[in-house]
Design a protein around this ligand. Sequence first.
Ligand code: HEC
Length: 398
Amino acid sequence: MEILLHNWAELLVRWLHIITAIAWIGSSFYFMWLDNSLRDYGTLEPKASGENWSVHGGGFYHIQKFMVSPDKMPSELHWFKWESYITWISGFSLMAIVYYWGAESYLIDRSVLDISAAAAIAISIGSLAIGWAVYDLLCRSPLKEHGTVMFTVLFAFIVVAAYGYGQVFSSRAAFLHVGAMIATMMSANVFMIIIPNQKKVVASLVAGQDPDPALGKASKLRSTHNNYLTLPVLFMMISNHYPMVFGHDWNWLLVGFVLALGAVIRDYFNAHNAGKSGSALQWQWPTAAVLTVALIALTAWKPGGEMVVEDDVYTIDALAIAQTRCVACHSARPTDEDFNEAPGGVMFDTPEQLKQYAARIMAQTVLTKTMPLGNKTGMTDLERARMGAWIKTGMKDE
Ligand code: HEC
């Protein structure tokens, strides 16, 4: 019963998380596009600085931007903030359901670091808070005047954090935490800086005073970061299903490539929407292609090389390894307390089943160390190499 409820909690919260993330990212893309596409078509109201005409859903929209307030504040002003808040809240809840509730299996890998579930959860929560604190300090430091330097420092900080997470958590949890840390910065930007500053600006406009220009400037810096971090965060969230990425020995380096790739692609759309042309639009896609190829090449390469297996490995040997390291979970009758049915329906009770899943075993156990989950059963590197040798030499029975 607990397992059923756990799965339902996970599914429902994941559903919510994806819906709100679509709403948040969708509205933020829309406003970035809108801001970049504002022009003057001669139909501007006094004091408006730019306008946009659009057609959608059977009607026309005429939107105008007022850098300072319009003559009269409208009776109702729409704010865009709940998309962001609920995305963070549902995301954190999902992380708690998967990685805290199932800490022994998903968060901790005792061959990485032998810590208790409580300690691992405390590190997880603490790291999100520290990540925000460091980022916030960076944004308030003199670096804020130097956009590119600031971005480089932020980039380095995230890669270092990825390395640090890899020393503490299972590879899958480590990779996800990098995404969660960045997403926390983004949502906190909205909650702690952008919305409060906007409220102060509105208040001073209503009071007939000039708003402090520093407020708008701070918000602009944060929202630019949010804009460039959106695509990398999405990659990190979905790559949780791809062991070739999170399970790579140098997954912190992959984080660096993903950050660069996402930002470069985003930059193309920013420049395009702003009406730029020529060389301002020509460098992004070739760069993105090079980065993608490099990323793929990196996942195909194993730091430290492959372990050499001297003797022949036969099906009976492979089955013996699976018996000791896998069937606690992957069996018609699992003995692991966290599972009452074989995860993913994958079972290794017979030689036929082992052969059937050979390609996936290769991906999960030999090329990466994703399985056994959290290396709960203590599989050795030699056993992984022997499993690989069995598959590569054609799964010989004798
Ligand atoms: C502690 C329990 C546990 C042990 C031990 C374990 N696994 Fe898994 N395995 C899981 C879970 C849970 C999943 C589903 C993962 C998911 O959905 O993200 C899974 C999924 C898989 C998959 C399917 C992944 C896919 O492509 O869909 C394969 C293949 C696999 N495990 C292989 C192995 C092998 C080989 C071993 C032994 C060397 C092993 N597992 C040991 C829990 C375990």
